[in-house]
Every structure is written in C-alpha cells, then in structure tokens.
Ligand binder design. Structure first.
Ligand SMILES: [Zn+2]
Length: 275
C-alpha cells in the first residue's frame, strides 16, 4: 500500500470509528474482561447501562460437563448481549452445589462465603455505573433463593434495578414445546443446550439409559446424600436424553429468545417507572 493510500485508509477508518454527533460509541466488545478502562468510561453508562452476570457451579451432569451450569449461562449472556444492548460480566463460576458435591470433580461453596462474595460482585457492578443488573443463573437448589434475595438487597441498597433469571425453569414451557415432555437436571433439555453450544461437551456413548437417572423427590418425601443419580428428572418417566442435534439447535435459539424478551420487557417497564 502507498503512503497516500495508507493515509486515506487511516482517515477513512477514523471516520468509521467516530461516533455520530450526540450518539455514544458502540463498544468494540461486549465482555467486561476484554474492554479497557478508557473505552469502558466512554461506553458505560452512556451507551450501555445493562450488564448480564452469568452464575453457575461445578456439579456432575450425567454425560455432559461438570461445568454445564457455568457454560450454559455464559452462552446465553453472549448470545443475547447485542440484542438487549448489554455488557457481559465475567462468570461467577463457583457456587452452592448441594447434595451432588460428593461426585468426582464437584464441590460446594458454603453459603456464608457465597452470599457476601456475590453481593460484592453485584455491588461492584453497580458502582462501575451499570443501572440494570441481570443475573443469568445456571444452577438450582438453594443458590436460587440466595440470588433472589441478593437481587432485592443490592437493588435497594445500591439503587439499581436487578433481575434474576433461572434459565431452565423460566424456559420449562420451551422444553415442553420442543421435546413434548418435561426435562430434568442433566436430562433431555440440558444435554440439548450443551450439544448446541459444543457437541464435544456431551459424551452420549457413556449414557447407559434410565438406570443412571432418578426422578427428583416430591417436596417432603425423601432426600439422600449423595444424590443417587447425577441425572434428576423433574417428572417421573420424562426427560430422558435423546441427544437430537436438530432439536438442540431449536431449543438453544428459543431459550435465548425467551430470555432476551424477558430482559427487554423488564427494562422497558423499569424505564416507565423512572420516567
Ligand atoms: Zn445443570
């Protein structure tokens, strides 16, 4: 390239990079660990005042990854961030695993450590300028109650708006729609979600059928430690994995679409309150 065309190219790229008058620049990345402080200052909150925070844990999941509860919410956040105009915070990966912490590669963070740590993460995000903090949770059990309580606490104390979404239960209707039956922990729906993210995350040849699954106990009926299976069906006889790659893609897209709609709708309504 000649020096003249070099100069022209440089001028053109400057023009492209410059924001239109009165318009904040679009971020070069949606990920908080990839942005530098100068760009962050330009973007948050002027152009982007929403942050998606994925949360998970390490827990056995049948024939898919111990980190399924980490990988899924990260994938959701990355998929919907441009549509809902949000940044994506680094995942809070370690969580409150519960009765599956006895399985190889799993462990749990006690609530006394988890609760103040997550609270500090959310408060920190509020302090950096985000107004809408969306928790995309990948893990059930007592973690959901802790996150719901923290959402209220941090919202009130830091004067921000918070939304907590437990993706698998919020999208239980999508599971019914796509698979014609209910799912389960590490069941049909969760394996499908992982397959859609990366087929290498699911080792279907290790699946030995219904004997490696147990239906979740109805409340107050029984409990066991460790949980007898790492695949826990929500409803007896439903949700056995079939590893259908076509349904997996459809499921992934519909789940993300439903969660994006919830985030958009909630923010729109929050803005009506503060008008
Ligand atoms: Zn899971």
């Amino acid at each position: 390239m000649s020096s003249r065309s070099c100069l022209l190219a440089a001028a053109a790229s400057l023009l492209l990079a410059a924001p239109a008058r009165g318009q904040a620049p679009a971020p070069t990345t949606r990920e908080l660990e990839r942005i530098n402080w100068m760009e962050f200052r330009e973007v948050v909150p002027a152009a982007v005042d929403t942050v998606l925070v994925p949360l998970g844990t390490l827990e056995p999941h049948g024939v898919t990854a111990n980190g399924a509860d980490i990988i899924a919410p990260v994938a959701i956040a990355r998929a919907i961030a441009p549509r809902v105009n949000a940044m994506v915070a680094p995942v809070v990966a370690y969580g409150m695993t519960g009765s599956m912490d006895a399985y190889p590669g799993a462990f749990t963070i006690p609530e006394e450590a988890y609760r103040p740590y997550v609270k500090a993460v959310l408060t920190g995000l509020a302090r950096t300028g985000f107004r809408n903090i969306i928790l995309v949770n990948g893990h059930g059990g007592p973690q959901t109650a802790v996150l719901a309580a923290l959402g209220v606490e941090v919202g009130r104390e830091a004067r921000v708006r918070t939304l907590v979404v437990n993706w698998w239960s919020y999208c239980a209707d999508v599971t019914l729609e796509v698979f014609g039956e209910d799912g389960g922990h590490a069941g049909e729906n969760e394996n499908a979600f992982m397959l859609a993210i990366d087929p290498a995350l699911v080792q279907r040849e290790r699946y030995s059928g219904p004997e490696m699954t147990t239906a979740n106990p109805a409340p107050g009926t029984w409990s066991a430690y460790p949980a007898p299976s790492s695949i826990g069906l929500y409803r007896e006889g439903q949700g056995f994995p079939t590893f259908d790659p076509v349904k997996a893609t459809v499921y992934f897209e519909r789940v993300n679409d439903k969660i994006a709609r919830l985030v958009e709708d909630t923010i729109r309504k929050w803005n009506l309150i503060d008008r």
